[in-house]
Design a protein around this ligand. Structure first.
Ligand SMILES: Cc1cc2nc3c(=O)[nH]c(=O)nc-3n(C[C@H](O)[C@H](O)[C@H](O)COP(=O)(O)O)c2cc1C
Length: 646
């Protein structure tokens, strides 16, 4: 019906129930269906081509009357994309290429046999898993939002799983006040950063004077390494719209906005498509489901500035002005867009609302901790085996997320730190791995939940460089409107850069701490107020690294270019010419049987020699805080040639 066919307008609660029954009656749950993940990450690794290959091959083999194909949104396991799951058996294949498709159709769809080589192999045990739910990455998650299987382009798929029944329940069985009470009782806290109680925000807007009120979805999500909200909008846009409509009903709004950044074209496309479909069915627009409730949704495309995700900046952008923050003497829930009460919530916050209304506040509180209920989606990235989107109940430990779900650190390296909370979050060390992840515990530890970015770092990471990187990002993204943030960040970035170059003064840390105090206390918005976190948390847990850089002119993790040198160990060099040929700066001197030497004046420290030196030799070393050993005299360099010549 959503693919060009006319949609019947639903004029009552019964109409929706009937439509759902009709949709379900036409579907056979045992009918085979091939789900090819078509989230942005899987598309980038060929998901669209794999889906097309299935459709063509199924037709070629004449089984198209027996098998369905679907291109759902992100399944979370982006590292192994394109991911293909075959139902009803739930056979999961990873890293599937179009060339694999004829074999899958013949062997698995027709022959009911599993193809070993396409199965996921557990990094720690080496075991191969057949079913999606047995894979450790999924097994330890609670996928309330991420586990829903549907085609995001089909409103019928959403209705089939009970979609829009929460809106219907709210409109026909609950007063706006009861909806508000249920959300308050659920203890849902905003998933966009601060963890502000959603019900309280709604109540403020509801009580605020004025007939015109707005509800808004914050889909800006500009944090480096985070893509939960983009994925939710791509994979289930109707759940966000349904939540938004319920919120509008509760607070008395008849207009809403979805703010999506332009760099998220698929999310934008799916949201626009979903709005059109919902309007056609009468689930958005005038007299929703035949009631007196009117609610229209507009989409605002963000121009891609991190600061525009801040509430007042985002609302200013919707008004058509530059998306910069303004002082919030009066909350935006009282005076927001065009001075009217406006409720802004994060994508994930809105997506939880239909579940709370349908299943009840007690069900929601059954997940998570006392003060942070429900689940939370994290984007687990960095030096970890299984990167992707992970949904867990609040209160799960960092260790469980990183090791049980994430499969541990890549290449057998040691865990060093995890950065949570986006660019202004903090880095937590190994001895905090048993910290229970919720809003308050993370804040107490000097980091924060933010919107759910989680970047895992291994032993080869320099924590000073990490702080410099995030401060660099924030310096670029500061709107420059207030002096403490604009100038404070610039100075902080300069001092951190000096430290990584070994040029910082002895009192650099005191200067940075002073700056941190000013930034935190005097900045206009939370970008500046929290901008010192990357520095403060790394200083708290990794002070010795700062001191090594400042006092010893040494980078213990061997990362900071100005403090390291590459050196070829003459005892180990086999004069194989590999590094010499690959060095882009032509800084390596040597010959076929002549031990190689790096000319330190020409070396750009790009690290190519280190990477290409065969692992059986490991002759190239990185050193820091010590002088490069004297150049080997010419006659000694020839020893290898003589030895080889014998
Ligand atoms: C610099 C900055 C950027 C922000 N970016 C986002 C964002 O991309 N998405 C988001 O939901 N909240 C973002 N926030 C938080 C919002 O200001 C706001 O608190 C949030 O959207 C409220 O929704 P919630 O209560 O559901 O979390 C940002 C805040 C700051 C200071």
């Amino acid at each position: 019906m959503s693919k060009g066919g006319k949609m019947p307008r639903l004029n009552s609660q019964e109409d929706l129930v009937r439509l759902r029954e009709e949709i379900l009656a036409k579907r056979d749950p045992k009918r085979p269906c091939v789900f090819v993940c078509n989230g942005t990450a899987c598309i980038a690794s060929g998901g669209l081509e794999v889906l097309k290959a299935f459709q063509e091959e199924i037709e070629r083999q004449g089984i198209n009357a027996l098998v369905d194909t679907k291109g759902p949104g992100c399944s979370g396991f982006c590292e192994r994309g394109p991911v293909v799951v075959i139902y009803p058996e739930e056979i999961c294949y990873v890293k599937v290429r179009p060339e694999d498709v004829p074999e899958i159709v013949k062997e698995t769809l027709i022959g009911k046999k599993v193809i070993e080589r396409l199965l996921y192999q557990e990094p720690l045990t080496g075991e191969k898993e057949i079913h999606e739910s047995d894979i450790s990455f999924y097994k330890h998650q609670t996928r309330v939002l991420m586990g829903v299987k549907l085609d995001p382009r089909s409103i019928e798929d959403y209705i089939a799983i009970g979609g829009y029944s929460a809106l219907s329940k709210a409109l026909f069985q609950m007063t706006p006040e009861q909806v508000l009470e249920e959300v308050k009782k659920s203890n849902l806290r905003g998933r966009g950063g601060a963890g502000f109680p959603t019900g309280r925000k709604w109540e403020t807007a509801k009580k605020a004077p004025g007939d015109i009120k707005y509800v808004i979805v914050n889909g800006d999500e500009g944090d480096p390494g985070a893509y939960m909200d983009r994925a939710l909008l791509e994979r289930n846009p109707h759940s966000v719209l349904e939540g938004l409509a319920i919120g509008a009903y509760a607070v008395g709004a008849s207009e809403g906005f979805v703010y999506v950044r332009q760099e998220y074209p698929l999310a934008l496309k799916h949201v626009l498509m979903a709005i059109e479909q919902a309007e056609s069915y009468g689930l958005l627009g005038e007299n929703i489901l035949g009631t007196k409730f009117n609610f229209k949704v507009k989409v605002h495309q963000g121009a891609g500035a991190f600061v525009s995700g801040e509430s007042s900046a985002l609302m200013t952008a919707i008004e058509g002005k530059v998306g910069e923050p303004r002082p919030k003497y009066i909350r935006t829930s009282v005076k927001g867009i065009w001075g009217r009460p406006s409720v802004l919530n994060n994508v994930e916050t809105w997506a939880n609302v239909p579940l709370i209304i349908n299943k009840g506040a007690d069900w929601f509180r059954g997940y998570g901790t006392e003060k942070s209920s429900g689940t939370k989606i994290f984007s687990l990235v960095g030096k970890i085996n299984n990167t992707g989107l992970v949904e867990v109940p609040m209160g799960v430990t960092l260790r469980d997320i990183i090791f049980k779900i994430g499969g541990g650190i890549r290449n057998g390296k040691r865990f060093k730190a995890v950065q949570t909370g986006g660019p202004s979050g903090g880095c937590l060390p190994e001895d905090m791995l048993d910290l229970k992840v919720d809003f308050d515990e993370l804040t107490k530890a000097g980091s924060m939940m933010g919107s759910g970015g989680m970047i895992v770092m291994d032993e080869d990471t320099c924590m000073v460089d990490v702080a410099r990187y995030f401060v660099d990002f924030l310096t670029e993204e500061s709107c420059g409107k207030c002096v403490p943030c604009r100038e404070g960040l610039r100075q902080m970035h300069k001092i951190l850069t000096d430290i990584t170059k070994g040029k910082a003064s002895e009192n650099a840390l005191e200067l940075l701490e002073d700056l941190a105090e000013v930034l935190t206390g005097a900045s206009l918005c939370a970008l500046g107020k929290s901008a010192a976190n990357p520095f403060l948390s790394t200083l708290k847990y990794f002070r010795e690294e700062y001191e090594a850089h400042i006092k010893g002119k040494r980078c213990p993790a061997l990362v900071c270019k100005d403090l390291i040198s590459y050196y070829i160990d003459p005892e180990k060099c086999q004069a194989c010419m590999t590094c010499l040929r690959k060095c882009p700066a032509k800084a390596i001197d040597g010959g076929k049987n002549l031990i190689h030497i790096i000319d330190q004046d020409k070396c750009t420290k790009c690290g190519t020699c280190f990477e290409v030196c065969p692992s059986k030799f490991r002759a190239v070393r990185k050193i820091s805080g010590e002088p490069v050993p004297e150049r080997l005299p010419e006659e000694k360099r020839k020893i290898v040639r003589e030895r080889k010549a014998q």
